[in-house]
Design a protein around this ligand. Structure first.
Ligand code: ATP
Ligand code: MG
Length: 368
């Protein structure tokens, strides 16, 4: 069992800079929580406070209901894997991995078993007798993972543990860590600035910006229902399109008008913006919610646009295109068998159930 609760947690560094602004967060037992956000948003600072490696300025941290504010890192039953792996240079890989267990006086047989198991899983069995300086960055990172895994702590804290791996190994390690999570039944807080990693690994995601939490929820909730333009722009790849727009009303029919086009809103959408008529707002739609018009009859919930293709980027199973409608331009993803050529005219269909509208003021909150 390990729940983690963070209450009004604040970090003011000695130079006066407030990195974390009174954040609140509850992590359930055995949850895989991912902290994500742009560089400098205070992911590492937050994680280090949970680990006990950084002082708390105010607020509290509870592990399993027990306040750990004044508990030393080694007494928190936590294993942390950093981006910089901090291996002991004079020890072999095997000694590095087993060091924590030896210190805790585990029986030799048990240590052997755990090291063998971890090194097998991490693909470093052949490296056990080497010293860290004889390893590549990615190999060192895996040794650091191994050192954490063998301890079987209640809580794992990972700070960008895959950043030095190549793309293929990264994807492989991603699923290894997920499997590991199931097997170890541990609670995990995993820090990354990579939204794909966050989406694929997290049972829930905490998206941070400048020391504030923007949204907490399962990956698809952040993807489908971002609370603000920032969340909408951060989650999803390629990123959501944003265009300036206004809401217009004509005889009880509501629509959104951008520089170049006007799209009718559905009743449930109109209901949410009927007091926003004429205000400058931001219209958002994801590239994957736009497609090339087929000749068949289209559904009435879809919006139609004409534009000219500026850029064509084949990705493999699909094709990314940049389309200009005059003053506005946006990206779309079309099926790889759709015939698209640069500088050609194209008719597009927008899935109007998937459009978003954001305020321009303040936190740029989502209206829907
Ligand atoms: N010792 C320090 N003194 C003052 N400010 C600091 C200190 N350490 C970090 N900061 C600042 O606190 C903020 C958060 O830093 P932190 O390392 O937690 O960010 P991060 O989200 O982990 O970023 P990255 O993705 O680049 O690792 C940054 O603006 C950073 O400059
Ligand atoms: Mg960091």
């Amino acid at each position: 069992m390990a729940t983690i609760k963070v209450e009004n947690l604040r970090k003011k560094y000695p130079n006066g800079f407030v990195a974390v602004h009174d954040i609140n967060l509850e992590i359930e037992d055995q949850e895989f929580m991912v902290l994500v956000g742009p560089s400098g948003c205070a992911k590492s600072t937050t994680l280090k406070m949970v680990a006990g490696l950084e002082d708390i300025s105010s607020g509290s941290i509870y592990i399993d209901g027990k306040k750990v504010n004044d508990l030393r890192p080694k007494d928190r039953d936590i294993a942390m894997v950093f981006q910089s792996y901090a291996l002991y240079p004079h020890m072999t890989v095997k000694e590095n991995i087993s060091f924590g267990l030896k210190m805790r006086k585990h029986p030799v047989e048990e240590i052997e078993k755990r090291v063998a198991h971890a090194s097998e899983m991490l693909g470093i069995k052949e490296l056990l007798d080497r010293k860290p300086r004889q390893l590549s960055g990615g190999q060192r990172q895996r040794v650091a993972l191994g050192r954490a895994v063998v301890r079987k702590p209640k809580v794992f804290l990972f700070d960008e543990p895959l950043s030095n791996l190549d793309a293929k190994l990264r994807v492989q390690m991603r699923s290894e860590i997920k499997k590991l999570h199931e097997r170890l039944e541990a609670t995990i807080i995993y820090v990354t600035h990579d939204q794909i990693e966050a989406m694929t690994m997290g049972s829930r995601i905490v998206l941070m910006k400048e020391g504030h939490i923007q949204q907490v929820g399962p990956p698809m909730e952040l993807y489908n229902h971002p609370v603000s333009r920032f969340v909408a722009g951060f989650i999803g790849s390629p990123a959501m399109n944003f265009l300036d727009c206004r809401v217009e009303e004509d005889n009880g029919t509501f629509s959104i008008a951008t520089n170049d086009f006007k799209l009718p809103l559905q009743d449930y959408q109109a209901e949410k913006v009927k007091d926003k008529i004429g205000e400058p707002l931001t219209f958002g739609i994801r590239p994957e919610d736009i497609r090339k018009k087929r000749n068949k009859k289209e559904l009435y919930t879809e919006g139609f646009l004409k534009g000219s293709i500026e850029v064509v980027e084949p990705i493999g199973k699909e094709i990314g295109i940049e389309v200009s409608t005059g003053q506005d331009s946006f990206s779309a993803i079309v099926n790889s068998n759709a015939e698209v050529t640069a500088h050609e005219e194209i008719e597009l269909v927008l899935n109007m159930d998937k459009i978003h509208l954001f305020e321009k003021e303040g936190n740029e909150s989502a209206l829907f």
